[in-house]
Write a protein that binds this ligand. Structure first.
Ligand code: NAD
Length: 488
């Protein structure tokens, strides 16, 4: 809901080391998804706010690019220390604004901290290459340099981890940064800026501009922005990629997903069910690596029965309660959209074996939806093809591994896929043939760590260099080749 400014805290932008009011006149509520309590209001900033932030970052770049790499890395060590010190406070903020369970929020803080650890390795990561004697008396060297001002646009579902996929590495590589956090979870980003400044980051090196699509467009179109890192839904990822690439910018745009988990007949059923439950319903299914489709190979009624039983036993509630696994979805409007998908699933002939709508009435305060499971879903059904991003799981049936792999191939998305089996031959076939970028073997959420690329395929990613790992370093640096001869 759009509201005009009133007495509730209106978040400020962070520009040139100062907290400044947005020049926009509109604000949006930031409600706690579990209680509806309005935590803050986020300003809808303007093109002028973006320009101010970019000018600050541009000025800061002149000094920052010449700051020795080990000195830049040392700020990451201090930042790392501060993040660890504030671990609990950060996790609570994530629970409040995103709604996920405290344990998951804790895990998210840890994943974010690991990105800072990785960025602290900048002196090694930024090393170039050299070869003496490429021809008689001639040597070649490659040095890495930062790009300039770069921008990050982030989604609601990982308010800590996703910004930390971006700005620590970009900044350690010598760039300066403008972050546009999700307008649905903007609060934690300001805390990150506070801690980063406390860690010794000079003014203008990290800037934050809150807002929505106007801020995104202004960042993409700004002539002084060299690269855009984006994470969000598929239509927006494609739009950002195309619009920024058309202007000659470097872009990495991480997008939506539909992750298939194959349950082979020999799988350990208890383990498979436990992983599917936690992957599909943890964070209310709002993870780009969540299991949203299970392919049951063979006639495995025992798996389906146990899955339904464990879904029935799930504790639903506020993420601050340590017993809770299933938390609310981000907004009422999102839940409305999800209800539309459930209706569509029924109309298209899928069998609703667990209806999570019944829990909605029991918990009127927050945006809750109970675990929902459809069986006998076919690959052409809407619920099998589209990302629902909620605790709604589709079970597809396949006669063998070939057919299961065919379902994955048919999907437009290719973020992740998992197989549950003890059979080495099936594992190898899955590894070689599964058409997705991050695979799990008996692992429910095969998300990669900071030192590896987060490597979605197909419509789950637009660009070529992924976030994190060496890809991230290559994305945020450009190379200069020196060829020298001194044989005169
Ligand atoms: P979203 O696309 O709604 O928003 C992402 C960002 O884009 C936000 O900052 C938002 O302000 C901006 N935005 C939204 N609409 C826009 C428009 N029309 N023009 C310009 N900018 C716009 O995504 P979300 O709902 O916040 O996040 C969930 C999505 O992100 C899911 O699809 C999920 O799969 C995806 N995601 C992907 C990954 C990955 O690694 N592939 C990781 C996390 C989330």
């Amino acid at each position: 809901m759009t509201v005009t400014k009133n007495e509730t805290t209106i978040l400020k932008n962070f520009i040139n080391g100062q907290w400044v009011e947005s020049s926009g006149t509109e604000t949006l509520e930031v409600p706690n998804p579990a209680t509806g309590e309005v935590l803050a209001r986020v300003p809808i900033s303007t093109k002028e706010d973006v320009d101010r932030a970019v000018q600050a970052a541009k000025k800061a770049f002149e000094t920052w690019k010449n700051t020795p790499v080990p000195k830049r890395a040392r700020i990451m060590f201090t930042f790392h220390h501060l993040l660890n010190e504030h671990h609990e406070e950060l996790a609570k903020l994530v629970v409040q604004e995103n709604g996920k369970a405290y344990k998951e929020a804790h895990g998210e803080i840890q994943r974010g901290i690991e990105c800072v650890e990785f960025a602290a390795g900048a002196p090694t990561l930024m090393m170039g290459e050299s070869l003496s004697g490429i021809a008689e008396g001639i040597d070649s060297e490659m040095f890495r340099y930062p790009l300039g001002v770069v921008a990050g646009i982030t989604p609601f579902n990982f308010p800590m981890m996703v910004p930390l996929w971006m700005f620590p590495l970009a900044i350690a590589c010598g760039n300066t940064f403008v972050l546009k956090p999700s307008e649905r979870t903007p609060i934690l980003a300001n805390k990150l800026a506070e801690l980063f400044t406390q860690a010794g980051a000079p003014e203008g090196v990290l800037n934050i501009v809150h807002g929505a699509h106007d801020v995104v467009n202004a960042l993409i179109d700004h002539e002084d922005i060299r690269a855009i890192s984006f994470v969000g839904s598929q239509p927006v990822a494609k739009y950002v990629y195309e619009r920024a690439a058309a202007q000659g910018k470097r872009v990495q745009a991480l997008s939506g997903a539909k992750n298939h988990h194959i349950v082979m007949p020999d799988a350990d059923i208890e383990t498979a069910v436990q992983h599917v439950i936690s992957s599909a319903f943890g964070s209310a299914g709002q993870r780009c690596m969540a299991c949203s489709a299970v392919v049951v190979v063979g006639d495995n009624e025992q798996f389906v029965k146990l899955l339904k039983q464990k879904a029935d036993e799930l504790i639903i509630g506020n993420g601050m309660d340590p017993e809770v696994l299933l938390t609310p979805v981000i907004r009422q409007s999102h839940r409305e959209k999800v209800l539309g998908y459930i209706q569509k699933g029924i109309e298209e002939g899928a069998v609703l074996i667990r209806d999570g709508r019944k829990e909605m009435d029991e918990m009127p305060e927050g945006n809750f939806l109970g675990p929902t499971i459809f069986d006998h879903v076919t690959p052409d059904m809407t619920i099998a093809k589209e990302e629902i991003f909620a605790p709604v799981l589709s079970l597809l049936r396949a006669k063998d591994l070939d057919e299961a792999l065919e379902y994955i191939r048919k999907s437009r998305y290719g973020n992740g896929a998992t197989i549950y089996t003890k059979d080495a031959k099936a594992v190898r076939k899955f590894r070689e043939e599964a058409d997705a970028g991050m695979l799990g073997i008996n692992v429910g959420v095969p998300a990669t760590m900071a030192f590896f690329p987060f490597s979605g395929w197909k419509d789950s990613f637009y660009g070529d260099l992924h976030v994190n790992g060496k890809d991230g370093v290559n994305f945020y640096t450009r190379k200069k080749m020196i060829t020298s001869r001194f044989d005169f």
